[in-house]
Design a protein around this ligand. Structure first.
Ligand code: GAP
Length: 540
C-alpha cells in the first residue's frame, strides 16, 4: 500500500482531516472525522479495558512476589511549572535545530543529511531532508540545478562518499541547504525547547509562564501520594492515564505520526526495587502482545531493546515496540510505544529536586543537581513520596516501570495494517478492485450496517426496526441510498465487519442476509437473531 492511498481514504471516508483546513491547515495538528473519532475511541477503550478494568488480578509474573492492582487518573494539562524543572523537561527536552537564512525554513539538525558532489573542480555538500530513495533522487535533482545541468548530463557529476549526516560536515560554507539556492545559508545548531509555553492569568508576565504538558506521566508522579492515600492500593500497582500531550515538534511529519498535539496512553507501575526487573520484562511482553492481539502481527511489528548509549540518564532498561509504517524506507521502523524501567528517578526528583547522574565510588548514581551557590538547581516538593509496606515493615521509594504508548500512533498503525485490496465482480460481472479496511472487530468504527435492498415494498421499515434494536448494543449504520453494491463498498472502506440486508425474501419468511466484510460470504438468519449472531462474531 502506498501512503498516499491511505491518506486519501482517510480524508474521503472521514477518518482524518488537516486541522483548520479551510484556512490552509496548521502543520502538526490533525482532526479526527466521524469515523476517525470512533476508531481512536475504540483504541483508547481497548487499552483502558485490557490494562485497567479487565487485567488479571491473579497474574504474578516469574520473579515478582505478588499480584498487582491497577487504577486510573485524569490530571491537568497545565501543571505547576516546577514539575517540568524538576522532571528535567525544562532544561533537557530540547532538539537541536538549524535555520536556513535564505528559505527561512527550520530543520532538525540530526535529520539533515546529504552527499558531496563535484563538478568542474567545484565540490559542494548537497543536503536533503528526507530519508531513503526519495532523498537520493531529490539530492541529485538539486545538484543538477545548482550546477545548471540537465538530467541527460548527470554523468558529469562526481559523487563521493555515502549519505552523510550534516553534523559530520565541517565546512558549512560549502553546504547547500535542503531548500536553498545558495551555499552556506544554514546557521549553527541551536537548542529549541519542545514545550509549548502559555501564560496563566489575565495580567501574567514571564513569572506566570506555564507549559502545556509534553507527557502525561508527570501528572501521575505528582499524584502518587494522593492515589495511595485515597485508595487501598498496595505496591505493586499501576496508575493509568490517557490524555493529550503537546510538543512543539520542529518537523511534524508523516501524517499523525509526529504531531504537535497528540494523545498518550501511559501507565506508571510502582513496584519494589528487587522485583522491578521481573515487572519490566512482564510489561514488555504484555504490551507487545496487546498490539498482536488487535491485529498488528507479522514482521511489521517488533520489540527492540535500546542500546546502552540510547538509554535516558535515569533508565535501567528500555524497549520500544515498533511498527514498519509504510511511509518509512524499507527495513525502517517507527516507535509506537516505549516500555522503560525508570528506577526511582521520578519519585525521588519530586521529593528532592532535579537529579543528575554522577560517578560515585560504587559506580554511577543520581544526585541532586546544584547551582553555583551549592543550592539545589530546582527544588523538589520536599514531600515524602516513599512507601511503607505494613506487612514487611519496610519503607522504600518504589521503582517505576513505564509503558508509554501514543494513541494516535497506534491508531495510525491500525489504519495502515487494515488497508486491504482484492478483486470482486461488479454488477455486470466485471472484476473490479475493492478496497476494504480489515480492522479487528473491537476497533472497527461501525460494527454493522443495515440496508433495505430497495427503498420500497416495506423493506425500509423492517430494516429500520433491526437498526433500532441493534443500535442499543453497538455502533450501527443505516443506509438506503443508491445501489446496494455501492453501499457495500462504502462500508468496506470504513471497515464495517458485517452488513445486514433486508430483501424480498425477508418480507416473506422474516430472514435477512448477513455479509462478511473479509470473506464476502453471505448467509441468512432470522431477523430476531441478528444481535446474537453479531455479538458472537464480534467477540468470538
Ligand atoms: N513518558 C514517556 C514519554 O513520553 P515518549 O517516547 O517521548 O515517552 C511516548 O512518548 C509515546 O508517545 C511514543 O512512543 C509515541 O507513541 C507518542 N508520541 C511521542 N511524541 C509524539 C508526537 N510528536 N506525535 C505523536 N505521538 C507521539
Amino acid at each position: 500500500m502506498e501512503m498516499e492511498q491511505l491518506v486519501s481514504l482517510a480524508k474521503r471516508r472521514g477518518f482524518l482531516f488537516q486541522s483548520s483546513e479551510i484556512y490552509g491547515g496548521l502543520g502538526g495538528f490533525w482532526d479526527y472525522g466521524p469515523m476517525g473519532v470512533l476508531l481512536k475511541r475504540n483504541v483508547r477503550e481497548a487499552w483502558w479495558h485490557d490494562m485497567v478494568t479487565a487485567h488479571n488480578e491473579l497474574e504474578i509474573p516469574p520473579g515478582a512476589s505478588s499480584a498487582y492492582e491497577m487504577t486510573g487518573l485524569d490530571s491537568t494539562i497545565i501543571m505547576h511549572p516546577q514539575v517540568w524543572k524538576v522532571s528535567g523537561h525544562y532544561d533537557l527536552f530540547c532538539d537541536l535545530m538549524v535555520d536556513c537564512r535564505e528559505s527561512k525554513r527550520r530543520y532538525r539538525y540530526d535529520q539533515v543529511e546529504g552527499r558531496w558532489v563535484e563538478h568542474n573542480g567545484r565540490s559542494i555538500f548537497v543536503a536533503g531532508y528526507r530519508s531513503g530513495e526519495e532523498a537520493v533522487a531529490e539530492i541529485e535533482q538539486k545538484a543538477l540545478k545548482y550546477f545548471g545541468l540537465r538530467s541527460k548530463n548527470k554523468d558529469e557529476l562526481r559523487w563521493s562518499g555515502p549519505m552523510t549526516p550534516l553534523p559530520e560536515v565541517v565546512d558549512r560554507g560549502r553546504v547547500l541547504g535542503p531548500d536553498a539556492k545558495q551555499l552556506g545559508t544554514l546557521t549553527e545548531p541551536r537548542e529549541f525547547n519542545l514545550m509549548f509555553k502559555t501564560i496563566v492569568g489575565a495580567l501574567g508576565g514571564e513569572e506566570d509562564a506555564a507549559f502545556l504538558r509534553p507527557e502525561t506521566a508527570q501528572g501521575i508522579f505528582v499524584n502518587f501520594k494522593n492515589v495511595l492515600d485515597s485508595t487501598r492500593v498496595r505496591v505493586p500497582f499501576g496508575i493509568a492515564q490517557i490524555g493529550k500531550s503537546f510538543r512543539n515538534e520542529i518537523t511534524p511529519r508523516n501524517f499523525t505520526f509526529r504531531s504537535r498535539e497528540f494523545e498518550q496512553m501511559e501507565i506508571e507501575f510502582f513496584c519494589h526495587p528487587d522485583t522491578s526487573p521481573a515487572w519490566y520484562h512482564y510489561w514488555r511482553r504484555r504490551r507487545f502482545q496487546w498490539y498482536v492481539d488487535l491485529g498488528l502481527a507479522g514482521d511489521r511489528l517488533r520489540l527492540r531493546d535500546h542500546e546502552p548509549e540510547e538509554l535516558s540518564h535515569y533508565s535501567c532498561g528500555t524497549a520500544d515496540i515498533e511498527y514498519a509504517f509504510p511511509f518509512l524506507a524499507p527495513g525502517e521502523f517507527g516507535e509506537l510505544e516505549g516500555v522503560a524501567h525508570r528506577g526511582d528517578f521520578d519519585l525521588r526528583s519530586h521529593m528532592e529536586g532535579k537529579l543528575v547522574k554522577e560517578q560515585g565510588p560504587d559506580g554511577p548514581r543520581l544526585v541532586v543537581e546544584l547551582d553555583d551557590r551549592g543550592q539545589p538547581r530546582y527544588r523538589g516538593s520536599g514531600k515524602d513520596l516513599s512507601y511503607f509496606d505494613d506487612e514487611s515493615k519496610q519503607r522504600y521509594v518504589p521503582h517505576v516501570i513505564e509503558p508509554s504508548a501514543g494513541a494516535d500512533r497506534a491508531t495510525l498503525a491500525f489504519l495502515c495494517e487494515a488497508y486491504s485490496e482484492d478483486e470482486v465482480p461488479d454488477e455486470k460481472g466485471k472484476p473490479t478492485k475493492r478496497v476494504f479496511m480489515k480492522f479487528h472487530p473491537r476497533l472497527a468504527p461501525i460494527k454493522a450496517a443495515v440496508f433495505p435492498l430497495v427503498k420500497k415494498d416495506g423493506m425500509p421499515e423492517v430494516a429500520k426496526q433491526i437498526y433500532a434494536n441493534l443500535k442499543r448494543h453497538m455502533s450501527v449504520f443505516y443506509d438506503e441510498k443508491g445501489a446496494v453494491g455501492r453501499r457495500y463498498r462504502r462500508q468496506d472502506e470504513i471497515g464495517t465487519p458485517f452488513c445486514i440486508t433486508v430483501d424480498g425474501q425477508s418480507l416473506a419468511d422474516g430472514t435477512v442476509t448477513i455479509r462478511d466484510r473479509d470473506t464476502l460470504k453471505q448467509w441468512r438468519v432470522k431477523k430476531e437473531e441478528c444481535l446474537e449472531q453479531l455479538k458472537e462474531r464480534l467477540t468470538g
